[in-house]
Design a protein around this ligand. Structure first.
Ligand SMILES: [Zn+2]
Length: 506
């Protein structure tokens, strides 16, 4: 079989970030503090709920417009209530104005839905508009979308490529600083720079790639049985899946030219925090999530139904740059690593509960924006070679400290390029597989360089992923040709030659 011939496991992940052994001081059930992260404040009042059009496509720009519209609505209603003497005519006009803006918003959302190949939603949104029955322009818009549906073709699942990145390098001079020795060589090997990433994404967009979710391929019902779904795209488009590993902003990356956190800015958008060497802090688009968010704002047709990438998280340093693991709750915790102690000492006002609440707020916003989360194990654990006790305690820790922030997932993105089997099917003779399935994991992602390799089982789906990093671009530029031209992408600030695994790790 061709797929067997092409498929070979390679140990490519963030290997300079070692495994963290689950600290077994207490059983998880005992250590898990019942952290009730505060419910995100819902600023919408009843009035707002009535006036708001359905907005299935959450677009940050639209949200700002919506927020302004909501304020307007609230203002109008308050005006209405407090000004009883206002003439009926005047009130009616206000209401009409408001209805107009709501209708315009619905139309805007419908156009985004259509751009993202969700014509059914777009059509029903436009048909819900009051003026649809009498507006020839709207009717012709709906006809054009009905026509577009007829032109869609099913994209074959087995041709969906899956690419992944680590945290992007924003300042190559820092990440690749030769004085950083092996760490710099490691970054050169497994990292991609912001500049390279932007060029890769632009090239893929130009070639007709459209970002889909793994869950657009299949999902699993309550009994754990696989249910396949159709991905319908125009004939000139190609589906791909995007993932990012270790979106944790580890302490060891501090000062290495990599973003330090994800936050929500004053416009309600998710952006990066970036700590400069001089200690000052800046905010912007320095890593995959905000860069893709901005790209999709500009090119909605790069995203299938608003879906974005899947983000793999460990837990030992917290998530998304927030120090949410249990050890951070107590500066005297004997399980704290030196870098964690240093962090707590440098942040005397650190509040563990608040940190978790902040992280959850950002994670919720990211999910609203189309992102999904996956387990990368709590301790960056090599699953097949770890004993069952450790697999169990690690999974419990992931659920206690990561799932409690980002929500449930059925996707496991293996650390260290590992997998539970070769190209043969997973089956019930694999103890770790049985356990992980029983814990709700049905989708498994190893690493490979082949454009696509998948395996569908009754109760699981395996999908290999391609690392588009320094190693792959430098050593196998031909394996990137379907996506981009390496000679146009490779960052001039990247030291060459890119080392090999053997040169760094022996
Ligand atoms: Zn990793």
């Amino acid at each position: 079989m061709d797929e067997k011939k092409n498929y070979h496991f390679e140990n490519f992940d963030v290997s300079f970030e070692p495994e963290r052994r689950s600290r077994e001081r207490h059983a998880v059930s005992k250590t898990t503090p019942k952290v009730e992260t505060p419910k995100i404040e819902d600023n919408k009042n009843e009035t707002v709920k009535i006036q708001l059009p359905k907005m299935p496509k959450i677009e940050p720009k639209k949200l700002v417009i919506a927020a302004v519209a909501l304020l307007l609505v609230v203002f109008i209603v308050i005006g209405f209530v407090s000004c009883a003497s206002a003439s009926d005519k005047g009130n009616k006009k206000n209401n009409e104005d408001n209805a107009m803006s709501a209708q315009e918003m619905t139309l805007e959302n419908a156009k985004i839905s259509a751009a993202q190949y969700d014509y059914e939603t777009a059509i029903s949104q436009v048909k819900s508009l009051e003026k649809y029955a009498t507006d020839a322009e709207l009717q012709s818009l709906v006809s054009s979308w009905e026509q577009a549906i007829l032109n869609l073709v099913e994209f074959p699942h087995e041709q969906i490529t899956h690419i992944f990145f680590h945290s992007l390098v924003y300042e190559p001079e820092l990440a690749f600083d030769p004085e950083n020795g092996n760490q710099a060589a490691g970054y050169n090997l497994v990292m991609t720079t912001v500049d390279e990433f932007n060029k890769i994404i632009q090239s893929m967009y130009d070639k007709g790639y459209v970002m889909v979710s793994m869950h657009d391929i299949c999902t699993f019902d309550e009994q754990g049985n696989r249910v396949d779904h159709k991905i319908m795209l125009p004939p000139d488009k190609k589906a791909f899946v995007l993932s990012q590993d270790d979106l944790n902003y580890y302490h060891v990356q501090d000062g290495d030219g990599i973003a330090t956190k994800l936050v929500i800015d004053e416009n309600g958008k998710v952006v990066n925090e970036y700590k400069k060497l001089d200690g000052s802090v800046t905010y912007g688009d320095f890593d995959v999530v905000p860069l893709i968010d901005r790209f999709v704002e500009k090119h909605p047709d790069f995203s299938y139904k608003g879906h974005k990438g899947i983000l793999a998280l460990t837990g030992y340093n917290g998530v998304l740059g927030y120090r949410t693991d249990s050890v951070y709750a107590d500066i005297n915790d004997p399980n704290l690593d030196p870098d964690q102690i240093e962090f707590l000492q440098n942040n005397p006002n650190f509040n563990y509960e608040q940190e978790r609440a902040e992280a959850k707020k950002v994670a919720d916003k990211m999910k609203e924006d189309g992102w999904e989360f996956a387990s990368h194990t709590w301790g960056h654990m090599t699953v097949p070679s770890s004993d069952m006790d450790r697999v169990t305690s690690d999974t419990e820790k992931w659920k206690a400290y990561v799932e409690s922030i980002v929500g449930k997932t059925d996707v496991l993105i293996f650390p260290n390029g590992s997998d539970l089997a070769g190209t043969e099917n997973y089956d019930s003779s694999i103890e770790r597989f049985n356990y992980l399935v029983s814990e709700g994991f049905h989708m498994y992602c190893p690493v490979d360089s082949t454009p696509y390799w998948q395996q569908k089982g009754d109760n699981y789906f395996r999908m290999s992923r391609r690392n588009l990093d320094g190693y792959r671009m430098y050593h196998n530029p031909e394996r990137c040709e379907d996506l981009f031209n390496v000679s146009e992408v490779l960052d001039k600030k990247r030291p060459l030659p890119v080392p090999t695994m053997e040169e760094i790790y022996g």
